[in-house]
Design a binder for this molecule. Structure first.
Ligand code: 5GP
Length: 110
C-alpha cells in the first residue's frame, strides 16, 4: 500500500482540504509554495502513464477537484503539475496532481 493509499484509508494523518467519491486533496507535507495541495484519485493508479481509457472520467474529475480547491483557496493564478516517473521527480507512486499557488511561479519550472 502506498503512502497516499494510507492517507485515503485514514491510516496516517493528513490535512485534507477536499474529498469526494473519486478524489481527495490534502496539503503537501513539504510545501514548495504558500498553497501546495496534492489531488489524488482514490483509485490506485501508480502513474499517469499507467492510466487507460477506462480512467478518462477519473482524470477529468481530478482536474475539476483541482479547480474547486484553487477556488476555495482564493487562487486565480496557479500551476498544476504531474511528475510522471522517478526521472521526472515522482517519489510517491500513486497518481497525484500538485496544485501550487500563492506566489509568483517562474517558467520553466526546472
Ligand atoms: P512527487 O515527488 O511524487 O511528485 O510528490 C510527492 C509529494 O508528496 C512531495 O511533494 C512530498 O512533499 C509529499 N509527501 C511525501 N510524504 C508525505 C506525507 O506523508 N504527507 C503529505 N501530506 N505529503 C507527503
Amino acid at each position: 500500500m502506498t503512502l497516499f493509499e494510507k492517507i485515503i484509508a485514514r491510516q496516517i494523518p493528513a490535512d485534507i482540504v477536499y474529498e469526494d467519491a473519486d478524489t481527495i486533496a490534502f496539503r503537501d507535507i513539504s510545501p514548495r509554495a504558500p498553497v501546495h495541495v496534492l489531488v489524488c484519485p482514490k483509485k490506485a493508479i501508480p502513474k499517469l502513464s499507467d492510466s487507460d481509457d477506462g480512467d478518462t472520467e477519473t482524470l477529468g474529475k481530478l482536474l475539476r477537484s483541482v479547480a474547486r480547491v484553487a477556488l476555495a483557496a482564493g487562487l486565480t493564478d496557479y500551476r498544476v503539475i504531474i511528475n510522471n516517473g522517478a526521472g521526472a521527480g515522482q517519489s510517491v507512486f500513486h497518481l497525484h496532481l500538485h496544485l501550487m499557488g500563492g506566489r509568483t511561479l517562474t517558467w520553466p519550472p526546472g
